[in-house]
Design a protein around this ligand. Structure first.
Ligand SMILES: Nc1ncnc2c1ncn2[C@@H]1O[C@H](COP(=O)(O)OP(=O)(O)OP(=O)(O)O)[C@@H](O)[C@H]1O
Ligand SMILES: [Mg+2]
Length: 352
């Protein structure tokens, strides 16, 4: 039987692991040469052209050894990239997801070639749930980042921290995902500034690397790594949009609210209301969606329908539950509120 890789063997001491790592210069040098060859483009920083690869394990890593020198690590040569590190990001239970079309097959095909994927669709239509389901289905860790306009490149990539032992590097979520081979999900990516989102460029083309300029390291993405972004088209201002060069690094999947029968089944499953009641909730959502562009920015989402159903299963009357979960959050316009309340009374005025 073939021996397990030495870094998996928990019994070995760090010093022994260090010694064995230092005994492997030839493979490491080849890796460095290959990466350097791939990366030798104008503007790419190589601090140490002589290019010896440093393989570091956590105990050996210190500010002195890591701060100002280029370190080229391959996922399969870095012993820190072990299963226990992926563990916290693996989903233990299947996130319920009811497919609407062939989106599962399409995503699996995109994952097979590690194509970066963008999911577009209105709020509360199932984008995040889909990503969680796919991570579970593919058995891959999932690292999610909620993007916002104050987010900096360092928030994604990582930064040096000062603690009582000195300076230490802390990977950001994008770096961690690239090292671990996770699905990295940047939710509401258009909220981030364009100068922040460009850090994903080298990871989302043929290079699949992430340069950590401050650390002087180029991380080569783990073969399993895949980037997924999502946003709600139409909600953002003109100043908040993706650069063309960012857009054209992704395959796109468009999500919408599910057809009525599927949406009712989702609401029934998620909230525990009867199918009859779930169907009536969906009818209310459809009426509101017809008002999109006629006083409403967006109709009632599947998420809000689930909220209404959950209130009903808690004993709140359907009319009251719908007022609270479906109508009040939608708008502050008094006329529109009256219109929606009237629709509610038509549908829920009498007990279902
Ligand atoms: N196809 C689906 N299968 C199962 N649940 C769904 C589906 N679509 C929507 N849902 C339900 O709707 C809720 C909202 O979905 P989700 O959070 O994925 O929306 P989203 O598209 O990510 O919204 P946002 O853009 O606001 O983040 C989920 O918690 C889930 O209960
Ligand atoms: Mg979401």
């Amino acid at each position: 039987m073939e021996a397990a890789p030495f870094w998996r063997n928990q019994c070995r001491s760090h010093s022994e692991r260090n010694r064995r790592l230092q005994d492997r210069p030839s493979r490491a040098s080849r890796a460095a040469d290959r990466i350097r060859h791939d990366q030798a483009k104008p503007g790419h920083r190589l601090d140490r052209p002589s290019g010896r690869v440093s393989l570091l394990i956590p105990k050996a890593r210190s500010a002195a050894t890591t701060s100002r020198r280029s370190t080229f690590l391959r996922h399969d040569e870095d012993p820190t990239m072990s299963e226990p590190q992926r563990e916290p990001y693996l989903l233990r239970r299947e996130p319920y997801y009811c497919p609407v079309g062939n989106e599962i097959d399409v995503f699996e095909a995109a994952h097979a070639v590690r194509m970066p994927v963008m999911l577009k669709g209105p709020t509360g239509c199932g984008k995040s749930r889909f990503v969680a389901h796919m991570a579970w289905r593919l058995g891959k860790p999932l690292i999610t980042v909620a993007c916002h306009e104050d987010m900096t490149a360092s928030d994604l990539v990582g930064r040096f921290l000062i603690d009582r032992d000195g300076t230490r590097w802390q990977d950001g979520p994008l770096t961690l995902a690239a090292r671990l081979g996770a699905l990295c999900y940047l939710d509401e990516v258009v909220e981030a500034r364009q100068d922040t989102t460009v850090v994903i460029h080298p990871l989302t083309d043929h290079r699949r690397v992430l340069p950590l300029d401050k650390k002087g390291e180029v991380v080569e993405a783990h073969p399993d790594f895949q980037l997924v972004i999502s946003y709600n088209p139409g909600y953002q201002s003109l100043t908040k949009d993706l650069k063309t060069s960012t857009r054209q690094r992704f395959g796109g999947m468009v999500f919408g609210y599910p057809p009525a029968a599927i949406e009712a089944e989702i609401v029934r499953h998620e909230s525990g209301v009867s199918l009859v009641l779930a169907e009536r909730l969906v009818q209310m959502a459809e009426r509101s969606r017809n008002l999109k562009g006629h006083g409403l920015d967006e109709g009632i989402s599947t998420r809000l329908l689930v909220y209404a159903g959950q209130l009903i299963t808690q004993g709140v009357s359907p009319l009251e539950a719908c007022r609270m979960a479906l109508v009040r959050p939608l708008t502050d316009d008094p006329d529109m509120l009256d219109t929606l309340d009237a629709a509610l009374t038509t549908l829920f005025g009498s007990p279902p």
